[in-house]
Design a protein around this ligand. Sequence first.
Ligand code: GLV
Ligand code: GLV
Length: 355
Amino acid sequence: GKYRVVSTKPMPGTRWINLLVEQDCRVEICTQKKTILSIEDIIALIGDKCDGVIGQLTEEWGDALFSALSRAGGKAFSNMAVGYNNVNVDAATKHGVAVGNTPGVLTETTAELAASLSLAAARRIVEADEFMRAGLYDGWLPNLFVGNLLKGQTVGVIGAGRIGSAYARMMVEGFKMNLIYYDLYQATRLEKFITGYAEFLRANGEQPVTWKRAASMEEVLREADVISLHPILDKTTFHLINKESLATMKKEAILVNCSRGPVIDEVALVEHLKHNPMFRVGLDVFEDEPYMKPGLADQKNAIVVPHIASASKWTREGMATLAALNVLGKIKGYPIWSDPNRVEPFLKEDASPPA
Ligand code: GLV
Ligand code: GLV
């Protein structure tokens, strides 16, 4: 192969490798056993000649790595993730390296996990499973693990991009919930979908669902029974959910996070969970991954899973393929397939919603 492409982790499937090899690339996959590579590990991996790198969200792609990649003749870096808060795009640009991410293929898979966590929290599935396995079930009782009925309740979505909109559709259509969402952009297609669905329900003599675009995030926090977070992480969304915003939410609300951990002030969340036993949370991401803040693991009203929202076979193979195409395209002289510079900002002060 004429070009050398490095992947910092083994990735699922073979399609991504074949695509690169067929196009004159040598693919080198890091086989180090440790889960999180250091900057030094990655610099060593880049070596003297490297045309492009596929990296992971656990790696800090900043000045040090992009200057090493640029010195090795590298032109392209792709995150194997839609989120790119681990990538300093300005540093990449400064060193002449194009950056890609992998949106689209993980939309439904991620939304399905957010829906799973919503249901698991509403019906207390994890607590009930633990109870069963502990041999504590000694007969049916009217009061055993009573949870929330979602039908007719309000689902709140913070960040109605691809994933947030897909989740909203699932909850509205699947469980006949009403929607309230907050985003700088109007989710036009989502609104149209729900309007059509409401008409269908009305025509069938059922209570129609409703939707509302909130004027502020606080409005969503106040009114929703289930709230799912789908913003990108940047300085405008860091600790978006804090002591104050938690206090705004209903005492029996459910909060779901499949975006990025630092969107929630996790210490404040642990306090809130301790003092509000009917408040429940479903978390896929954590502020200091792979760690949880002290006390979180002891809370029965918290469901925690290890950042698996995009973990379906189809999606993970698709993410690997997109990441490979991003790097390959750039090496071959095309613009990067998915450029996060073109991703619409969420909650950035300078964001001006399109007319
Ligand atoms: C996973 O967290 C991703 O951003 O793709
Ligand atoms: C990310 O895929 C988003 O929700 O826009």
